[in-house]
Design a protein around this ligand. Structure first.
Ligand code: UDX
Length: 432
């Protein structure tokens, strides 16, 4: 064990904490640093700042190899490979805010035998700028592709590993490639700018697939096709593939919206108008609001109506609500004068901060009590198990809008509810 390369990690958000815990699990000594003292204290006590399946076990199970600290010196003393995993949120102009990255670079400082491994998603050109400022520091771009909810699995079983480095920094790129060898995934060795672009282009492409299928869904509603069948038929073509063709309430979360805007902005800054991504973003914004139209169709005005939201997180198995469709929907409902009640199995605490006017329920059944409509926003598995006859009994008006095409429409209808999905044949009769 002891000859394994020690690793430094800066930033203990989703990417940083998963990177630290997974490398510790592989037998590396890892020193993870965060500037937020309370977060570090909590991590030292084995408490995670967010919900991610399997991660808590890795953190506690590898406590002897995994140190959390607020001090940069401990990181620099122990590791020559330092993974930078800090936030790069969008600024008001749509550019990435690189202040945390810049601070990390300054703190790491220039040393000929030290390498900065960039995991944070940064605009193309960031590596070049950092090399100009800190020429002695080796620089490796190694973008992370993990998804929230399956982050540990994604880290341990990557589809590919991308490693970008320039002339003179080959030693660092070799060391990073060695770290990733046990995963058995294809490793793409390339230049820094291309590695940076792989990350942005991959997320933009995934978002494009989602906006595309959402538009197909919207047209399908008009012409009587069923989008889940259409997606299945398309996905059987090897060139298209079945993934990321689930129509719904749009893409959200901490990455896709930010990275699509970031790439559009990057192109714009270089004088190129990325027309396709402009549409991808607009389609997504409109898609989040479409659920309101479905409620209007059946209920007319929503003033004074009670609407229950099932799921608030941006997707299942996370408590993350960044850019979530639930935020847009709750705000729209409130401005239309509806009373909003919600249930989410893990996001309640975050939701209380973000949606103070929404009444939080302790269970799905409590949420639907007396509701004029139920809207499923997050496909938590427990929602598929609901007793629809009981739901029907409890509701004031039996309208269910399935914002993720997650439920068995026939079972829901058989229980006497009006079912509306996305891009699926729908009931046209208004509710009495
Ligand atoms: C994404 C990328 O998948 C990952 O590679 C990158 O590292 C970070 O960003 P994540 O944000 O965790 O991961 O979520 P993801 O599973 O990609 O889903 C993003 C959003 O798209 C969610 O709101 C999800 O509900 C939505 N989605 C996904 C769809 O609407 N339809 C689909 O078919 C797939």
């Amino acid at each position: 064990m002891s000859e394994r390369e020690p690793i430094g990690v800066i930033g203990t958000g989703w990417v940083g904490l998963v990177t630290a815990a997974c490398f510790a699990e592989l037998g590396h000594r890892v020193v993870a640093r965060d500037i937020v003292a309370e977060k570090v204290a909590a991590l030292q006590a084995g408490e995670l700042p967010f919900h991610e399946p399997g991660l808590a076990d890795l953190v506690t199970g590898n406590a002897e190899r995994l140190t959390f600290t607020t001090g940069i010196a401990e990181v620099l003393d122990e590791a020559r490979l330092i993974f930078v995993c800090v936030q790069t949120p969008p600024t008001h102009s749509g550019d990435a805010d690189l202040s945390a990255v810049i601070r990390a670079v300054e703190e790491i400082g220039s040393a000929p035998d030290r390498a900065l491994v960039m995991k944070s998603t940064v605009p193309v050109g960031t590596g070049k700028t950092i090399k100009r400022e800190a020429p002695e520091l080796a620089y490796v771009s190694c973008p992370e592709f993990l998804r929230e909810g399956t982050a540990v699995k994604d880290f341990m079983e990557p589809d590919r590993v991308v490693i970008g480095a320039g002339t003179g920094d080959e030693w660092a790129a070799n060391a990073v490639a060695e770290l990733y060898e046990p995963f058995g995934a294809p490793i793409l060795r390339t230049d820094v700018a291309s590695a940076e672009m792989v990350k942005l282009a991959s997320n933009a492409f995934l978002a494009t697939k989602i906006s595309f299928i959402n538009e197909i869904a919207n047209v399908s509603e008009e012409v009587g096709a069923e989008v889940t069948e259409v997606a299945r038929g398309m996905g059987l073509d090897d060139r298209i593939g079945p993934k990321f063709l689930r129509a719904g309430a749009g893409y959200s979360g901490s990455c896709l919206p930010k990275d699509v805007s970031g790439l559009k902005q990057l192109a714009g800054n270089s004088g190129y108008h990325f027309q396709l991504l402009t549409s991808v973003i607009e389609v997504n914004e409109l898609q989040k609001r479409r659920l309101i139209g479905k409620l209007n169709k059946h209920l007319g005005s929503l003033a004074g109506k009670r609407v229950a939201l099932l799921g608030l997180a941006f997707k299942p198995d996370t408590d993350d609500m960044r850019e979530a469709a639930s935020l847009v929907l709750a705000a729209r409902l409130e401005s239309e004068g509806a009373a909003v009640v919600a249930y989410d199995p893990v996001a309640e605490e975050r939701a209380r901060e973000l949606l103070p006017a929404v009444e939080m329920s302790q269970s799905a059944m409590d949420a639907v009590d007396g509701a004029d409509a139920v809207v499923l926003i997050t496909e938590w598995p427990e929602f598929a198990e609901l007793d629809w006859a009981e739901v029907r009994k409890r509701m004031n008006t039996p309208l269910l809008v399935d914002g993720r095409n997650f439920l068995d429409a026939e079972a829901v209808r058989a229980a006497g509810l009006t079912y509306e999905g996305i891009g699926r044949p729908s009931a046209s009769e208004p509710q009495g």
